[in-house]
Write a protein that binds this ligand. Sequence first.
Ligand code: PEP
Ligand code: MG
Length: 876
Amino acid sequence: MSKFVYLFNEGNSDMKEILGGKGANLAEMTNIGLPVPFGFTISTQACNDYYEAGKKISQYVEEQILAALKTLEDKTGKKLGDPTNPLLVSVRSGSVFSMPGMMDTVLNLGMNDETVKGVADLTGNARFAYDSYRRFIQMFSNVVLGIDSYYFEQYLEETREKKGYHADPELTAEDWQEVIAGYKEIVKKHTKKDFPQDPKQQLFLSINAVFDSWNNQRAIIYRRLNKIPDHLGTAVNIQSMVFGNMGSDSGTGVAFTRNPSTGEALLYGEYLINAQGEDVVAGIRTPQPIHVLEKDMPEVYEKFIATCQLLEKHYKDMQDIEFTVERGELFILQTRTGKRTAQAAIRIAVEMVKEGIIDKETALLRVDPEQLDQLLHRRIDDSYERKQLAKGLPASPGAATGAVVFDADEAEQLGNDGKKVILVRPETTPDDIHGIVASQAIVTSRGGMTSHAAVVARGMGKACICGCETLKIDLVGKKFSVGETVVNYGDIITIDGSTGEIMLGEIPMIDPELSDEFLLLLSWADEVRKLGVRANADNPEDAGKALEFGAGGIGLCRTEHMFMDPKRIPIVQEMILAENYEERMIALDKLLPMQQGDFEGIFEAMQGLPVTIRLLDPPMHEFLPDKEELLVEVTKLQMTDPDSSELKEKEYLLKKVNQLAEFNPMLGHRGCRLGMIFPEIYEMQAKAIFNAVVTLIDRGLSVEPEIMIPLVGHVNELKAMRQLVVETAEKVKEETGKEFNYLVGTMIEIPRAALTADQIAEEADFFSFGTNDLTQTTFGYSRDDAEGKFLQAYIEQKVLPENPFAVLDQQGVGKLVETGVKLGRQVKPSLKTGICGEHGGEKSSIEFCYQAGLDYVSCSPYRVPLARLAAAQATI
Ligand code: PEP
Ligand code: MG
């Protein structure tokens, strides 16, 4: 019989897949002798078994649970349901990948009308015993019986009011007994049954509920967001309870061994005296900073610090630790790798190398390339004088501007409509996750740096301010106020998550600067990686950015972007509308010096690094006015001014637009097909490139341009276009008397080109895989329409695992890339190969490119740091 249940001393931290993250770490901590309350873990396989059996715990699993329970009882000397010495346990979920707050937990299980008396006698604290019992009823009823907590909270509030109390600590043991009676009425009313008194029944119902919570809506959304597979299942941890709410020598808290927001190597945490664990995480009471514990309980604090250091050293990573102090005794309830912002991830990784805890390669693997995006975003311009409206805790860095909303559903709706919103709530709960996803930033008035909102926002890289207590939020009136100032639903605010400041209106932002640690980490990435990283850039500013971010050259300069300049459009149109070669040449002669200037600027910015320039690609009609608009104008003029020259011009334009119109322009007269039919256009571009090269040589700079022919499908196209470029180069050399080197290569973006890459390589000095078009033509999906029409549904229905325009389809499109590289290198072993489609900036695609043997990836300048890191990770 397989093993489904493991005592804490039977597991270790390598067993995450079986025990879940929490269970594996509880086992590990037990083994290294830390004060962990004893218990056992029901494995993730038991969860899958539960679902396979039609949501039922099989008998063999039940038997193993009961056997483990017996051991736990023997070890603690307590017994579940024993009125004189009752065992109380917590029942917690624990999946392989941490999903904070997404699934269910039940605390104080084992309480009933009899055992509560035992707890009262044993602790000599009847108030505590009855408070714990009512907490259990509330939690169990909510999680297991599905009764909304609201009914219990409302009842408690009424009781408090009736008795003239302001807060819970004022309630006596007798008061809590009264509340318990009321709670039981609520349960009876909703379930038509009495609250279950049998602790074993309570236990199994709770285990079922935790298994069920694997498939609650918020857990499903969280998994989708974080790409966690659905089949993993959750483990369930049964652990004997310790109590942080037994008086002023008790407490509970959460601490990170380093600051999760900035990465600073200082213990960072919060705790609440006389409270139970969930109070901290749920953000219901705003806790005290951890150093207050030093004052309250110096010995416990010392022991806790030593434990934190030990755990960080043991796991060699920043830990997020939950602890409870019961009557002066410290217990560790959980440790896990702490979630952190990109800034913190980098600082921690770099400093741990300096401290000799990890090596450089491990440090490189510690930072998720996708997270780097957070650091490359704009931030508030410091030269602007800030008028601070309120200040809370700086829970997650970054700046954001948006309209205030107070409800997660509303945030989702507006966010999906493309509106920028900031979600403002007293606190957030896991049920708000969809609204958080759709918001630019989160603000809460309650809760600390480890509250739900803070943890989730940091995980998503969203700016967040927590515990901003000066904010008086009126959810019904849809407004909040700070002193005299009232901010209504829809008003614009700006927040700075790095300082905790909230400001009215929109505030200017500036470009980011890269920290020293960031630059150091990237330099380590450069030492390791074997894959080159270039940028897609088509003007000197972008080229400069690319260089600043560490690009080793330009992998794609789309020359059509230079044609789109509003000042040039009339000349481009003149070229398109030309009736014959001579007329076209007049327009091209005007464009030539402009293009030459562009190339000079880019070459200069790149300081001698390679620059790949792609000749004109899109269909001509893209440079002409919209057909429908033109038709309206012509009709209007026909009615108002039928003899005007303007009408004649517009009619002519319309005729040309009609002539150039295509049913499938993406499969039409574009790319090298333009060069084949109008060679003078490509000739002008080649001439502009070579003239620019000569100008730079004259100024003492060296340049070796790489000229790239787009959309080649047949070797004869490349042959003709290459000849044109070579002849143009020869002419420029002759005219100027200057020598220079250059390469002529092609994009591989049509399946036929990949399949005949051996023939194509004969004519090419390099290949650059244009995986945008290659994806379009391999799937036969229009890259301009598919996403809006059916791709989203395909992904939701799991027809496709990802959007293939964002993440390279390795099995199909990737096979063409591999084929292209293999065939090309058979003919030309030194053939230079790269990728310049959007996939060049996506981490899994970058890894694929490395495996496929490409020489470089090229992506947008802002993704260059990501690509450098991902390229290093692919090598390690
Ligand atoms: C491509 O098709 O992948 C490519 C880089 O070219 P463009 O996106 O300009 O068509
Ligand atoms: Mg293309």
